[in-house]
Design a protein around this ligand. Structure first.
Ligand code: SF4
Length: 199
């Protein structure tokens, strides 16, 4: 009989079995081992799983975020656990120490969760909304491009180069997102374009 199990389901099933077997080898009885094997299941039983990608480095390992409440539903959700995604082709469930500590990073009191803006001449940052931040960025990009776009080179050939603004893209994305980012940046004429993977 074929059993159709994903890699993660396989690890869940046989991980529980291995825990019970190990406890048995340490002298615990079958009842204690059986209870211990189910503790991890109970910890995550009422949680919502959200797949994501570790943003620390360009390896872009797959992660699963477990929360009470749905992180994607806009409701107030509490993140309680993060682990490597065993079905992700990049990391197959593993995480390096930085990725393994992601939950602490997400919940750190010092983590910035809102954009901040320092006005010209000011010595303090002030919190602004995401809409305000995006408006400021769009305004600054438009003004700079209008002022500095090089439409033709010395020979009169159309080049549409925008050399006074650069763009640094994230590497923890899919191929499709990277492709769209590249097209967007190049279509505006930006020449200085690089990726976190090379930094
Ligand atoms: S888990 Fe480690 S190796 Fe993987 S993306 Fe995060 S920092 Fe990079």
């Amino acid at each position: 009989m074929n059993i159709d199990l994903s890699r993660r389901s396989f690890l869940k099933l046989f991980g529980a079995g291995a825990a019970a077997t190990s406890l048995g080898a340490m002298g615990f009885g079958a009842a204690e081992a059986a209870v211990a094997a189910h503790v991890r299941q109970f910890k995550l039983a009422a949680t919502t799983e959200t797949r994501n990608i570790c943003t620390y480095c360009s390896v872009a390992c797959g992660i699963i975020m477990y929360s009470k409440g749905d992180l994607n539903a806009g409701e107030k959700a509490e993140l309680i656990h993060i682990e490597g995604d065993a079905d992700h082709p990049t990391n197959r469930g593993t995480l390096c120490p930085k990725g393994a500590a992601l939950k602490d990073y997400v919940k750190a009191e010092t983590r910035l969760t809102k954009p901040r803006y320092r006005a010209p001449g000011a010595d303090q940052f002030q919190e602004i909304t995401w809409d305000e931040a995006l408006d400021k960025i769009a305004r600054a990009l438009k003004d700079d491009r209008d002022a500095n776009l090089i439409e033709k080179n010395a020979a009169g050939t159309t080049v549409n180069r925008w050399t006074s603004t650069g763009f640094l893209a994230a590497s923890a994305t899919t191929n499709e997102t990277a492709w769209l980012t590249y097209k967007t940046v190049r279509s505006m004429g930006i020449v200085g374009f690089d990726n976190q993977a090379r930094v």
